[in-house]
Design a protein around this ligand. Structure first.
Ligand code: SF4
Length: 493
């Protein structure tokens, strides 16, 4: 999980990138970085922490001045919190400067790394993004977009990428479209609203903040180049492109519609993306409400009130309540001011962490039969504590409903999930999990119901491997990675 943002052709490129990253902060809180070009030099600054902690006005206006920029926010994983893993990655070679922001995970990184090391490449990190940089450096083409296009034919897995050179911004998305990447336009200045700059972002939440309009999703397998020549498009592997500058802004097409099989990550709709973001033709908020309604049809409960585990369970809980005609109330309040340090070091601190994050509203819960809706159940320990908290607040009954199917498999495509052994649904039945979490009843949405609610019932639009075990792209097993230090696994996208 990471968030990426890019802009070309705007006098305040770094400032808007800063704001864009701020609106993508939910996709990563560990580190933030920006690379900016003034047409002569690409300058990069990265730091640990939130966007507001890493950048200040002077750094943005003085050190990162320019008309083009890319940025990155990175998701935090335990023990993997180092500045070396922050992005954008920036390199300088005889062919010029290149910076890269990456969301996703390359699943053939290990074999590629061995091949490149055999040919003399020296790596400074174990990040998969560095493998990509080496492939680009070794390309026999002169033009940077040709080199990127050639390099991308060698990598497999999930990637939404933004590259920055002195004079170009290049965006690319893997051919199955696992991770989102959206193209938009923003006015260059309020005095000339018809002149616009191109923006690219993981989610449209970044556009909403800076006043940009969505043009379309970057297509799976597409490479888009923005430069002084306008907007150009090609497919991965191709060496020529076509001018799409004048392509009109059209209502968004259904993401991954048509005949091609694609595999957008369904967890983006269930949990990761911000509810106000539009992914293809679907706004995440309405996806979650549809999941909640389907969950209610499949797993109804006799109850007095529906509450959510905030924030990502809220929309699904609303849909659930609507479907059954039950009242929806704010039964749990989330504190937004808890640092991640509180939930990492030990079991006792983790337990405390849930109480720090969530607090029950007693008057909503006491003496009532409560349905509590959450977006996922991974290890089961957090749900166990939430159920206990609701009982302590006086709930007469607690019925836990999950707006995702049982999570049985880890994700190799850039989401930091626990190992298969740690996933409670891997080897426990729903009844066993119900007993473990201490709920009066537990119900998950079915895989078929989830796909139907997300408009993917034909099975061609979504990756659902963490539920179904059907991995659309073969991946190298983690144990093949050898004795690499945890801290060097690379950005934990
Ligand atoms: S395995 Fe799960 S989390 Fe990973 S891309 Fe597929 S649906 Fe998303």
């Amino acid at each position: 999980m990471c968030g990426i943002f890019g802009i070309y052709g705007h006098p305040e490129a770094s400032n808007l990138t800063y704001l864009g990253l701020h609106a993508l902060q939910h996709r990563g809180q560990e580190s933030a970085g920006i690379s900016a070009s003034d047409g002569e030099v690409v300058r990069t600054y990265r730091g640990m922490g939130l966007v507001v902690d890493v950048f200040d006005e002077e750094r943005l206006s003085a050190d990162l001045a320019g008309h083009a920029a890319i940025g990155h926010v990175r998701y935090s994983t335990a023990g993997d919190s180092e500045i070396a893993n922050a992005q954008p990655i920036a390199v300088r070679s005889a062919r010029g400067q290149l910076a890269l922001s990456h969301n996703g995970n390359l699943v053939n990184e290990i074999s590629l790394r061995r091949e490149l090391e055999g040919q003399g490449s020296i790596f400074s990190t174990n990040a998969d993004s560095e493998v990509l940089m080496h492939l680009i450096a070794r390309s026999d083409h002169d033009d940077i977009v040709d080199r990127i296009s050639q390099a991308l034919t060698r990598v497999r897995g999930a990637f939404s990428l933004l590259f920055m050179t002195r004079s170009r911004l290049v965006a690319a998305r893997d051919s199955l479209g696992f991770r989102p990447l959206v193209l938009g336009r923003v006015p260059r200045s309020s005095s000339a609203p018809s002149a616009s700059a191109y923006v690219l972002a993981s989610e449209t939440s970044a556009f909403n903040l800076i006043g940009a309009e969505m043009v379309r999703m970057v297509e799976p397998g597409e490479i888009l180049t923005v430069s002084a020549d306008g907007l150009r498009s090609r497919r991965i592997g191709e060496l020529t492109d076509r001018d799409v500058t004048s392509t009109p802004s059209t209502p968004p097409e259904p993401e991954h519609g048509g005949d091609e099989e694609t595999r957008f990550c369904c967890f983006e709709h269930i949990y990761f993306a911000r509810p106000d973001s539009q992914l293809g033709d679907r706004t995440v908020y309405f996806s979650r409400k549809a999941l909640g309604r389907c969950l209610a049809r499949e797993q109804p409960a006799s109850a007095d009130v529906v509450i959510a585990v905030p924030d990502s369970g809220t929309a699904a809980a609303l849909g659930y309540a609507e479907q059954l005609g039950l009242p929806y109330e704010l039964g749990l309040i989330r504190s937004h001011y808890v640092g991640r340090t509180f939930i990492e070091p030990s079991d006792s601190v983790r337990h405390f962490g849930v109480r720090l994050k969530l607090a029950p509203v007693r008057e909503v819960i006491s003496g009532r039969r409560v349905v509590v809706v959450d977006d996922s159940l991974v290890r089961g320990t957090t749900s166990q504590k939430i159920v206990a908290m609701l009982r302590q607040a006086g709930a007469a009954e607690v019925h836990l409903r999950i707006s995702a199917p049982p999570t049985r498999n880890p994700c190799p495509y850039g989401i930091d999930t626990p190992t298969k052994k740690e996933l409670i649904a891997n080897d426990k039945s729903v009844q066993d999990i119900e007993r473990f979490v201490g709920a009066d009843s537990l119900g998950y949405i079915s895989l078929e119901g989830m796909l139907e609610a997300l408009g993917g019932a034909d099975g061609r639009r979504y990756c659902d491997a963490c539920f179904s075990g059907k991995y659309p792209v073969a991946f190298e097993a983690p144990e093949k990675r050898g004795p690499l230090p945890q801290s060097a696994r690379g950005p934990g996208r």
